[in-house]
Design a protein around this ligand. Structure first.
Ligand SMILES: [Mg+2]
Length: 289
């Protein structure tokens, strides 16, 4: 699911954990839990907007930029943010590119963003503004609420890995910022592997590096296409981190988490062995599009 499709009005205003375990209707017509009953050997997480709060860091950095650069304030912050995420998605291939191109792409994003605000920005200005944005982004970045605590708890019982689409150095640094580098192995980054989610090959690379079976692995991520459908394509059980409560775009049934706080119910969904008492869950029909 493109980040730009996140409905801003749906942003959570408080930290609540909602775990929905969708039930699957078997051939007999009987409803059966779709959750796997055994402990996973490996729990894979996506990084951006699952562990690292990329979207809201972008929004905060753009808000700072609007204060410094009034031309960007001609549009409401949420419009600017949506447009920026759209441009980012349109430029992301997930596979390797030279670092110099990475900076060029960012400058080009700001040139196009300025054009949307009626400002014909020169190439030098675009580089300067994009560097300023980058400084804001680095200073304002933050983890997704509850994500770090969850990974620490999961790592006590299972191996933890990350599969992410982006440049290696960028993603490795984000993991270090979160304080999770020592707990995550393997870290699988699309640019280094030269294959990106949702391609099943990148999930198989993670399984091979962790020496884990697909049937004993869980993948947690916010992207319907990259994480949910990608994991499913590799035979891995997906858990959708639907933080912004959007409707699933296809009719696939999936287990869904809307917040990582508190960690207990989420941990119990990922690893049933942690479940000391039955989960209170709603047997909701998948809200198919
Ligand atoms: Mg993501």
């Amino acid at each position: 699911m493109p980040l730009a499709s996140v409905p801003i009005e749906a942003l959570p205003t408080r930290s609540t954990t909602r775990v929905r375990v969708f039930l699957d209707r078997g051939d007999s017509g009987t409803l059966v839990p779709s959750a796997v009953a055994s402990s996973p050997e490996l729990v894979l997480f996506d990084l951006d907007d699952t562990l690292f709060d990329h979207s809201l860091t972008c929004r905060a950095a753009l808000a700072r930029l609007q204060v410094q650069t009034p031309a960007f304030a001609t549009r409401p912050l949420d419009d600017l943010w949506r447009e920026y995420l759209r441009l980012l998605d349109s430029q992301s291939s997930g596979v390797a590119s030279p670092p110099a191109l990475y900076a060029d792409r960012r400058a080009e994003r700001f040139r196009r963003l300025a054009a949307r605000c009626g400002w014909k920005m020169a190439a030098g200005e675009a580089r300067e503004i994009s560097a300023r944005y980058r400084d804001h982004y680095q200073r304002l970045r933050r983890p997704v609420p509850g994500a770090v605590a969850l990974v620490r708890r999961v790592a006590r019982r299972a191996r933890v890995g990350v599969i992410t689409n982006n440049e290696y150095a960028e993603q490795e640094e984000k993991l270090r910022f979160l304080g999770l580098s020592q707990l995550v192995d393997p870290l699988i980054v699309s640019a280094r592997e030269r294959v990106a989610k949702p391609d099943a090959r990148i999930f198989r690379i993670a399984l091979e590096r962790a020496d884990a079976r697909a049937s004993a692995t869980v993948m947690v991520g916010d992207s319907w296409t990259n994480d949910v459908l990608g994991a499913r394509g590799a035979g891995i059980r997906p858990v959708w981190f639907n933080r912004f409560s959007v409707r699933p775009p296809t009719r696939h049934r999936v287990e869904e988490i809307r917040s990582f706080r508190p960690t207990g119910p989420v941990e119990a969904l990922l690893d049933p062995a942690t479940r000391r008492r039955p989960l209170t869950h709603s047997a909701a029909r998948p809200s198919a599009a």
